[in-house]
Design a protein. Structure first.
Lengths: 112, 119
């Protein structure tokens, strides 16, 4: 099976850098994804790592280390609008349906 | 930007009643999904649907749940006899291809959800 663990809450100030970690126990997966959710609305795709290493997309970067069963999302130059919940997710291998398995989510609060 | 549309946005129903949640996936997408999120908890997979049949379902998706694609555009989730614990946000999603929906470029898109409250 798959389980993903994230901190429940993180607080940071505007302009700062914050890292949200995701550790996982899984029998295998295609890659690690990150989704953002504002106020219980639609999860929106942020970033994806198929291979180990860092992927950068503007202010957001994501990292994966399969050997350490660990990944993180890095948010730079934090803005108030970044206050949201962030979920890591994996797609299990060999499944026919294309489902995503989500972590519990990290609520990020950005303070002025 | 194409959207997945869900209606209604809120639904209140009495325990034991049937509810149908509606979704209009993105028009050229072939794979359809339902997820749910109990307040304050993670998003959980319910079911995936392709070529007019269920591809995979979770243990949550028991006999009280069913899905249909009644026409070329709608994708519905029915709960036959609602329970208090069915209260949650229900998200529909669609993708244009099956391979690794977690990857950007697969077009995997979530709708804004239906908040179901069972009283």
């Amino acid at each position: 099976g798959q389980s993903l663990e994230q901190p429940s809450e993180v607080t940071a100030v505007e302009g700062a850098i914050v890292q949200i970690n995701c550790t996982y126990q899984t029998s295998g997966f295609y890659g690690l994804s990150w989704y953002q959710q504002h106020d219980g609305g639609a999860p929106t795709f942020l970033s994806y790592n198929a291979l180990d290493g860092l992927e950068e997309t503007g202010r957001f970067s994501s990292f994966l280390s399969r050997s350490d069963s660990y990944g993180y999302l890095l948010l730079q130059e934090l803005q108030m609008k970044d206050s949201a919940s962030y979920f890591c997710a994996v797609c299990p291998p060999y499944n026919q349906g294309g489902k995503l398995i989500f972590g519990q989510g990290t609520e990020l609060s950005v303070k002025p | 930007e194409p959207e997945v549309t869900q209606t209604p946005s809120h639904q209140v129903t009495q325990m034991g009643q049937e509810v149908i949640l509606h979704c209009v996936p993105i028009s050229n997408h072939l794979y359809f999904y339902w997820y749910r999120q109990i307040l304050g908890q993670k998003v959980e997979f319910l079911v995936s649907f392709y070529n007019n049949e269920i591809s995979e379902k979770s243990e949550i998706f028991d006999d009280q749940f069913s899905v249909e694609r009644p026409d070329g555009s709608n994708f519905t989730l029915k709960i036959r006899s609602t329970k208090l614990e069915d209260s949650a946000m229900y998200f529909c999603a669609s993708s244009e291809r099956r391979t690794n929906p977690g990857q950007g470029g697969s077009g995997y898109t979530f709708g804004s959800g239906t908040r179901l409250t069972v009283v």
